[in-house]
Design a protein around this ligand. Sequence first.
Ligand SMILES: Cc1ncc(COP(=O)(O)O)c(C=O)c1O
Length: 435
Amino acid sequence: MYTEDGKRYLDLTSGIGVTNLGHCHPRLVKVVQTQAATLWHGQLGMGTHKALADLIDDLSTVMPKHLTNLFFCSTGAEAVEGALRLARNATGRQNVIAVQGAYHGRTNACMAITTSKYSYHIGCKPLMPGVTIVPCPFTSQLKVSPNSNMDEEVKRCLGIFDDLIFQTTNPKEVAMVIVEPVLGEGGYVPLPKAYLEGLTKRCKDHGILFVLDEVQTGYGRTGSMFMAEQIGIEPDMMLFAKGVANGLPLAGVAMRPDIAKASIPGTQGGTYSGNALSCASASEVIKVFRDERILENVALRSAQLMNGLQDIVRRNPELPLQEIRGRGLMIGIQFSDNAPSGISGETVAQCLERGLMILNTSKFEILRLIPPLNVTADQCAEALKLFEEGLKAAVAAKGYVHNGPKVASMKPCCATPCYKNLDGTPQACRFICQR
Ligand SMILES: Cc1ncc(COP(=O)(O)O)c(C=O)c1O
């Protein structure tokens, strides 16, 4: 990225996980220009334009096979609202269960199931009723040590789910459980496979629809097109948005055919659904993914960044860091509880001064790195160098003096990693800084 006056920035934000093939990828520029000279927009009430028809064919090559039906809209929040309408139509039930720390968007229903920060619904009460929020194995939220046995924490959270589903509602009244496989805005926390499997089992047992919000984890970001593949579960509905059209507004819900069939006619739609420019871009995104072997790059660059970040911790044992974590190129860095308040914002500012764009997130002090999925090895090496400088400058600017035990080693969160890379090799998702 370059400012008007020519200052160069290395962008590890990708417009919050959107410009996954970078800014102005020449192939995307070309198809969008061609589409703009053909048809900008055609409303779907009267037919299907070619850009959308082509996209449906292309999407069917990357979507989970059992999710044969698609609803298109423009934003992630609209996709969440659409899924809620569909779940209510299909089950005849009204209530919804979401996870503590989740972010699902800013519209009315989305606010009610978003608990990553209070600021998203401040001044907007009362929120949509019928919502139960359940805990997930995020150690900062559970107030347990980052070193805790995750199997135990998964059991604890699922046990509380089993209580809440009878204390705050009744399973017969719950239409859907919605979850992000990696908590996004809430702190970049990969949720253990056993927890997600536990939720799907409970949904099956109670006839509740299981909805995966893959708005941020989707489209290659975590190392597979969608995270459902890595977990090996079959959601009833899956939401997509953000990187699908690399920055042009396109989002949607992929669902089982019986759910689509149960949708009351006329309830789903929107003026910009399936916008032609967005569709053209989205089709080309899928082709570029194949031609440029993007998923392979995600695995390689993820390993480079995760190893590089752990190396920074080992070489700087006095830094107030607690954890490096993530899947693919969705990487979170959490500061220790004793780090100065505002340290993540300060690090973002110090990195920006040095020409590196990163983001912070969550109620806790957490940084996130979301590079484009075609980021190169040289760019990652440069980013790691600038990040280390920015981080040290931020710690100094905040006047932090470390006087406790220093980092001794990095420990993976679980003895047996619960996720696998594309090539089948196991990879831990959290690395804890041990003092
Ligand atoms: C997991 C998740 N769901 C939904 C949304 C809402 O998407 P949008 O901002 O396009 O409405 C976001 C946005 O960050 C998200 O990360």
